[in-house]
Design a protein around this ligand. Structure first.
Ligand code: NDP
Length: 282
């Protein structure tokens, strides 16, 4: 695929690509929709987080995405949270409304939008691998969408229990924890399996320790990992004939939600998907 001007410049500078996939998608969208806007990637040290958030107000930014390690500490500097961000307990997207900064979480919503393309989560039994930030956002949105049960499978019991407690206390969906040791055997009554761990990130051969021998034919397997899109889990699941979702759809959808919140414009999903794929392939 020919390089874009931005990629050419990055190649000259010895960088794979500028910024991150969301920046890359946003910049392409601004051009596509004729908006003279910019999306900047700025690194902020934890001790400067408060100043950085005050900077959003002072500099008149329309909003921001927030990433690790600031997704939880940022709550202290915002005026209000959306109900989902409050339930999740983390913010990845800020929207400025006049002089107020509103904290939203679009990770789980982006995932859900992808999932709805292949299955309605209402009444479905979900196995969620992982209990970190991505898993938390996904679990809350699945519960709000009416999943009938969520089984959290996690290596660290403390993190897993904290997620399960949150879902059981704050939503109507029952959640249970399984301590992840060796291969987890996905039960025949599971409708959706989600890998929300970081296993597979930048490593196409990394195997998620699960056994799919008992799984039903209609199982949907979703991976949050976007780079590479075809993770070991996605490839093996496809070979077995399961429906699969890669992490690119989640990135695209969370980006589209943020874009709409900031600009009021419905993002062209095709432009975003192509940009995201171009980014992860580079
Ligand atoms: P966290 O660090 O908060 O959580 C990581 C999770 O992965 C934990 O549950 C951790 O378990 C588990 N884990 C990591 N390595 C292993 C292993 N070898 N075996 C078993 N479990 C393991 O990360 P995030 O939740 O923020 O992100 C997770 C992934 O999701 C990242 O790779 C990120 O790229 C991706 N992501 C994708 C998005 C998208 O739009 N596609 C959006 C957000 C995230 P434990 O608690 O035991 O340590």
């Amino acid at each position: 695929m020919p390089k874009s001007p931005l990629q050419e410049i990055c190649a000259l500078l010895g960088q794979a690509v500028a910024g991150n996939p969301t920046q890359y998608m946003m910049e392409k969208l601004f051009v596509h929709h004729g908006l003279d806007w910019r999306y900047l990637t700025l690194e902020v040290l934890p001790e400067h987080l408060g100043d950085a958030i005050r900077g959003i107000r002072a500099l008149g930014f329309r909003g921001a995405n927030i990433t690790k390690p600031h997704k939880v500490p940022v709550l202290a500097y915002l005026d209000r949270l959306t109900s989902a961000a409050e339930l999740i307990g983390a913010v990845n997207c800020i929207v400025r409304e006049n002089d107020k900064l509103i904290g939203e979480n679009t990770d789980g919503k982006g995932f859900l939008q992808s999932l709805r393309g292949v299955i309605d989560p209402q009444g479905k039994r979900v196995v969620l691998l992982g209990a970190g930030g991505a898993a938390r956002a996904i679990a809350v949105e699945l519960a709000l969408a009416g999943a009938s049960a969520i089984t959290v499978v996690n290596r660290s019991a403390e993190r897993g229990q904290s997620l399960v407690d949150r879902i059981n206390e704050k939503t109507k969906t029952p959640a249970t924890l399984i301590n992840w040791e060796g291969d987890y055997r996905v039960a025949a009554d599971t409708d959706v399996l989600v890998n929300a761990t970081s296993i597979g990130l930048n490593d196409e051969s990394a195997r998620v320790p699960v056994k799919l021998d008992d799984a039903q034919k209609q199982l949907v397997v979703a991976d949050v990992i976007a780079s590479p899109p075809l993770t070991h889990l996605v490839r093996k699941s496809q070979q077995r004939g399961f429906k699969t979702l890669d992490g690119v759809g989640m990135i695209v959808n969370q980006g589209a939600i943020g874009f709409k919140l900031w600009t009021g414009v419905d993002a062209d999903i095709q432009v975003m998907r192509e940009a995201a794929e171009e980014f992860v392939e580079t």
